[in-house]
Design a protein around this ligand. Structure first.
Ligand code: MG
Length: 160
């Protein structure tokens, strides 16, 4: 049978704020601020969700998990990601690889990549070798001097 390959891109950004846990890829990162959001604000999981939905030609995460619905208040984004994965599976799509770029001034995220990859590999049911993560600052040009946000781009390749 001929295999069909599809790519999907996702983007997300959340504001950093005091008094929240910083969760990225389902992993808690030690930092004095966390990401503000209706859910736990996990930009990495959200960008992956949008990339997956995009690869399947579906609408974005907000249309499946509206931030106005109290049901999703403080929900773990891993739960959201698993829900999206079920939709992808229904479309008979299998993930080949994931590539994501995290953008922030602080904290340094590279030390947590191994842990995040292990977690994502388990959730996405792919090899850690098929997950690429990188972290970039914006040379303090984009998020000003307040170091106030974390953004993420994610790309996935899937096959049917
Ligand atoms: Mg989000």
């Amino acid at each position: 049978m001929r295999k069909n390959f599809f790519v999907g891109i996702g983007f997300d950004i959340h504001r950093l704020t005091l008094g929240r846990k910083l969760i990225l890829g389902g992993i808690e990162i030690p930092f004095d601020k966390g990401l503000l959001g209706h859910s736990d604000g996990d930009v990495l999981c959200h960008a992956i969700c949008d990339a997956l939905l995009s690869s399947a030609g579906l609408s974005d995460i907000g249309s499946f998990f509206p931030d106005t619905d109290p049901k999703y208040k403080d929900i773990s984004s891993v739960v959201i990601l698993k829900e999206i994965l079920a939709r992808i599976k229904k479309k008979k799509l299998k993930i080949i690889n994931l590539s994501a770029v995290l953008i922030c001034e602080t904290p340094k995220l590279n030390p947590y990549f191994k842990q995040i990859k292990t977690q994502l590999a388990k959730i996405l049911k792919i090899s850690e070798n098929n997950i690429g993560l990188s972290a970039k600052t914006t040379e303090q040009m984009l998020f000003s001097f307040k170091k106030q946000a974390i953004a993420c781009f994610a790309v996935v390749l899937v096959k049917r």
